[in-house]
Design a protein around this ligand. Structure first.
Ligand code: UDP
Length: 310
């Protein structure tokens, strides 16, 4: 019998790419989503696949289900989306983690947690390695997500210690690619949509803050490589260490879209991290994985996608 894999947040940006890949591996996939930020278009092409099932459910609510494996990706992840309803965000992160961990415990199934670089907050060490405990404002506007995901990590390692659940925690850094939402509010999606429509490109602050962007196919490869390893006792970073400033990103997107849009500076949102770059030495050593797609190639693919949907 085929094994059953539960993907919570399976209709989201990363979740839907992961569902595609698991189906290619001949798994039966249950895509659990409440469609708050997940979208039916992302999984429309999978509906006819006999190995694919949709379970419309809010992971704050307990669920009684038996599966062979779990990927917990359910949570709004863009700052605009997660700050819209912060109480829902933290409930999704924390209660969702508890409910998914309970399914893992009862099913005796391994579980992957999509954690985040946001656990490092506005980091005081650079690049960020997993041993760094982070620098998060617990009462700021980003805390619903950052602290929610930090608490989820605590829960994952407590379920491991207390109930011997086989957990894997991947700290996912900024990821981009096809299926990002037009109105996601992210730098990559905003800049591409603005460049394609001739609108002003809105760089927040002076644009000197940095991020390191990973193409979605690379990131999914990383998750699957991590998943294929034996049990691990600590979190692992997943991302692309190629670091750029937000202003450089805006300029690259202008160049690749041949846009005449102007770059304009707008106020920097509260608690916006000044720099971010993953140290991926640990996951490379464990799995041999490293990202392959250059920022130029990845952006060009993403631009092609947005040209179709804008
Ligand atoms: N950003 C920007 N203009 C935008 C959207 C985002 O300058 O229209 C900046 C944002 O302030 C941050 C960086 O780009 O410094 C990355 O933002 P994003 O929302 O993509 O991800 P984050 O890493 O903040 O979660």
């Amino acid at each position: 019998m085929k094994s059953v894999t539960l993907v919570s947040g399976g209709a989201g940006f990363l979740g839907s790419h992961l569902c595609d890949r698991l189906l290619l591996q001949e798994k039966n996939v249950i895509c659990l989503d409440n469609f708050q930020t997940g979208r039916r278009e992302n999984i429309a092409h999978l509906i006819e696949n006999p190995g694919f099932n949709i379970l419309e459910h809010n992971i704050w609510e307990p669920i009684n289900i038996n599966v062979d494996q779990i990927f917990n990706l359910a949570c709004p992840a863009s700052p605009i989306a997660y700050q819209k309803d912060p109480v829902s965000t933290i409930k999704t992160a924390v209660l969702g983690a508890i409910n998914m961990l309970d399914v893992a415990k009862i099913s005796k199934a391994p579980i992957f947690q999509a954690s985040t670089s946001e656990v490092y907050g506005d980091p005081s060490i650079h690049p960020q390695e997993e041993s760094y405990w982070g620098h998060v404002n617990p009462i700021g506007v980003r805390a619903c997500y950052d602290e929610g995901k930090r608490c989820a990590e605590t829960l994952f390692f407590d379920y491991r210690r207390q109930f011997e659940v086989d957990v894997k925690v991947g700290r996912i850094f900024n990821t981009y690619g096809p299926k990002m939402q037009i109105d996601d509010g992210r730098a990559v999606s905003n800049f591409i949509v603005q460049a394609l429509t001739g609108a002003d490109i809105t760089v927040f602050g002076n644009g000197n803050q940095t991020r390191s962007f990973c193409y979605v196919d690379d990131l999914i490869d990383g998750i699957l490589a991590f998943d294929a390893c034996g049990p691990v006792a600590t979190p692992f970073n997943l991302g692309n260490p190629h670091e750029v400033s937000v202003l450089e990103l805006a300029e690259l997107i202008c160049r690749y879209t041949k846009s005449n849009s102007r770059i304009v500076l707008k106020p920097l949102p509260m608690d916006d991290p000044t720099k971010r770059q993953p140290d991926i030495g640990k996951i490379q050593k464990l799995t041999g994985w490293s990202p392959k797609v250059t920022l130029e190639d990845g952006l060009k693919e993403t631009i092609k996608y947005f040209q179709r949907v804008v």
